[in-house]
Design a protein around this ligand. Sequence first.
Ligand SMILES: Cc1ncc(C[n+]2csc(CCOP(=O)(O)OP(=O)(O)O)c2C)c(N)n1
Length: 624
Amino acid sequence: MSLLERICGPEDLKSMDLEEVAALAAEIRELLINVVSKSGGHLASNLGVVELTLALHRVFRVPEDRIIWDVGHQCYTHKIVTGRRDRIESIRKKDGICGYPDIFESEFDALNTGHASTSLAFASGMALARSRQKKDYHVVAVIGDGALTGGVALEALNHIGQVKPRLIIVLNDNKMSISPNVGGISKHLNYLVSGRPYIRLKELVQAILKNIPGIGKPMVELARKIEVLIRTMMVPGSLFDELGVKYIGPINGHDQAELEKELNEAKKYDFPVLLHVVSEKGHGYQPAEENPSSFHSSLPFEVANGKFLKSHTPPSYSTVFGQTVLKIMREDPDVLAITAAMPEGTGLNLAQQEFPDRVYDVGIAEQYMFDMAGGLSLAGLKPIIGVYSTFLQRAVDQVTHDLSLMKIPVVVGIDRAGLVSGDGPTHQGIYDIALLHPVPNVVLAAPRDENEMQHLIHSAFTYACPVFIRYPKEPGRGVEMEKQFRDILPGKCETLRAGRDLLFLGVGPLVYHALEAAERLSATAGVEATVVDVRFIKPLDKEAILNHLRDHKYVITLEDGVINGGFAGLIRELILANGLKDLNLLSLGVPEVIVPTASRSELLAQYQLDADGVERSARRLMGL
Ligand SMILES: Cc1ncc(C[n+]2csc(CCOP(=O)(O)OP(=O)(O)O)c2C)c(N)n1
């Protein structure tokens, strides 16, 4: 029986000695590598917190004590040791366990997370409530150095230092966000780890002790005590101490004994403490140690050599976005690109390699990114932002209160717009249409393929307002990419197919699903459909769409986003405002539900947005 098979819950960890825990950590690493190699997922971050997770579960009593995982992508070991070992193969898959903590999945998960930097605020609230209710459980927030750059985490620290709840913050510092971490806080953490005299003294003490032959246990213990003493004497105000949170560290994140000792120590304080744990992203698997960014959210790979198993698909929309931005930057020195800690994900790493001083990685700071872009633009430069739809949600106020109000020209590529594979409810890009279309002064476009996308990005710089271009996380269609940019006028749709019986109004690449359904309906049922690439959700091509609506009895709208408040509502309003009657309208899109974890194609099928679903829906609408 493997050690892992003996672990049915965290209590089983507590009877193990340190040797067994080390062997268990090795088994867990092997399992993590195998699982992620098959279906992809967050490998490097998980490998980096194996010892930390085991230490937390050995020191605390979860679920009475609450452990909050910031972002939550590093929760795999936590799930394995809290009764979900047998389901770990199903992680990120349809009907499987979620890739992030989920309070509905397990009582051991204290908080649903997915977006960065929320842990400290929730931990603060829980700890304050616990004290008011005279209860005595522990609240522990585990936050990475990347997530610590997020504004909401810093807001929380500011308040925690004032109200001082009994709370343990474990700062897992691996020097990496997805890419190398950025900014002054990151520098400060480096200073705390390596720049201070105590570290050098610690190393000196260790070196001397190592060289004394036959040194016994009591001496080692004494050395440890001296070290703690030196540390407390020599820590000149860390940023955290200055803010009112006691700093403890640095602590080796792969030294089980040290971790457990310090966590036990931290339990004793009745005010907020921060344990600075230093770990290595990808620890224990060489390819991930050497390339932690690629193994952050990993594709399937070969375990023996860490080579990714690539599928031979056309370049993704993200890649084409990156290539297009690079092309534009080569032509126009005023164009600057900005990402909030996602250079690889957004494709902006391409421009970053060629123009390192014209691409800003601002860290996990979406709100700042939008206002900073506004500043660049007001001062006469031409910023372009790459951001995932789900993280754009963080900056809605910057869009409405700042960019829209002053009509500031900023171009925004909204990546992962629509249904998203694997990451589950927290990462769906389904709200951007509903959030952005009511905002004055903005343009919101959805290209149907990568060629149209490049022309829209180019054209967006001429629109003189905030422009949002949304595209999904999927390979492009492999269409021919025209060499020269073409100007596309805002607010013009394009009719791709003409037919008298049925009208499809499609947003983005879903238009191709409508085209496929239209061909099948024509071949099998003699139904001829018009297919319109709406292209601009705002400004909507009302005139052209109204003409089409007048000519058809059956209408289907398709959008890769929520129906409630989305594109469908705009068409309904148009119909009502123009007194069009006897229309049979069907809206395809995402209903008002928490979208479950599944692949993009499974989700598209679930909501009738693949070609089969569109065809079936048309038949139902027309009574065929
Ligand atoms: C608001 C927000 N922006 C961006 C992301 C994408 N993202 C996921 S994990 C991550 C890096 C987190 O780094 P860190 O907290 O240090 O954890 P590590 O993976 O290094 O353990 C980023 C940028 C996110 N989840 N949430």
